[in-house]
Design a protein around this ligand. Structure first.
Ligand code: BDR
Ligand code: CA
Length: 311
């Protein structure tokens, strides 16, 4: 299995991404979950990550709290999408498993320093503050990373939090810029892909029909979270953004994209946090990311449902 650290701001879709990873030990060895401020403040993301581990029957998983604000801006949150707790929908118990004492950034640094080169990949599902801070604090770890597979950005779909920007990049554009310039092998799941991972009624019924606490909780999470996309975009259901990252680790053939140059806007007030992807290769800037463009949605939901049934 691939050794990974999930860096996250749960978030219902983050929760599903974590559940998919925990359900797939043959393909994914989850070394730890590092939390960051994003959808909701840090205290809640660190709480929600532990709720999800306990839901999956994994109170032994190491969960760390990291940066509580972006590198250079005030925190922007998304309670209007995810609810007051960030994990609204199911009625899940408060976690009893411990939060690790170590700072998330120190865990990322220590894990990479102790690993062979290319042994550990990073899977960011929220703003990139923890990852950028780790790279800035310990530049020696950058070459140790096998790959970063992240959810963030957009090209044809442009933006969801502003007309130009996707939430994860917008919240901390300076951090995103540092990660996209880091030279690490990058695979990006932008809105162009994640807006194809839509939970239709039929797909949600399949989660619920699992009849397990996990299946029912996932159905309730997506039912809560879909109201925003339905009202705002006329979407038929909730987009499962973050699970695209963990699904890619299990079934990369479900996704297709292009190796392109991607740069992040860090200054313009109008387009702050925009991911400028050279999809058509019109610049001479060197490709730095595999930027995904398409998803086999039925294959994705078959995989997800089959894996959630294992928990
Ligand atoms: C991203 O923003 C968050 O609201 C979701 O969890 C996802 O990571 C989508 O833009
Ligand atoms: Ca997220």
């Amino acid at each position: 299995p691939r050794k990974i650290i999930i860096d996250t701001d749960p978030g219902q879709d983050d929760a599903v991404a974590i559940l998919l990873a925990l359900a797939s030990p043959e393909e994914i060895e989850l070394l730890g979950i590092t939390c960051v401020a994003g959808n909701v403040p840090l205290a809640l993301t660190a709480r929600n990550a532990r709720i999800v581990c306990e839901l999956a029957g994994r109170p032994d998983m190491k969960v760390f709290a990291g940066c509580d604000r972006p590198l250079a801006r005030d925190l922007v949150t998304a309670e209007y999408v995810h609810g007051k707790t960030g994990l609204d929908g199911p009625d899940l118990p408060e976690p009893t498993m411990p939060l690790q004492q170590q700072h998330a950034v120190d865990f990322i640094i220590e894990t990479l320093r102790n690993a062979q080169q290319g042994a550990v990949s990073l899977c960011p599902l929220g703003p990139l503050t923890n990852i950028a801070t780790a790279f800035k604090t310990a530049p020696d770890i950058i070459e140790k990373v096998d790959e970063i597979i992240l959810m963030g950005g957009a090209y044809f779909e442009v933006g969801n939090v502003t007309p130009a920007a996707e939430f994860n990049i917008y919240v901390d554009p300076q951090a995103a810029d540092a990660v996209f310039r880091s030279g690490v092998k990058l695979t990006v799941m932008p809105l162009d892909v994640t807006h194809k991972a839509l939970v239709t009624q039929e797909r949600n019924d399949a989660f619920r029909a699992l009849g397990t606490p996990v299946g029912i909780a996932v159905a309730q999470m997506t039912e809560f979270f879909e109201r925003y996309d339905k009202d705002k975009y006329g979407s038929p259901g909730a987009p499962l953004h973050d699970p695209c990252v963990t699904a890619y680790l299990i079934r990369p053939e479900l996704f297709s994209g292009r190796h392109v140059n991607v740069e992040i806007e860090t200054a313009s007030p109008l387009t702050l946090g925009m991911s400028v992807a050279d999809w058509w290769g019109v610049s001479d800037r060197a490709p730095n990311a595999l930027f995904m463009g398409d998803l086999h949605a039925d294959g994705f939901f078959d995989l997800l449902t089959e894996r959630l049934a294992r928990l």
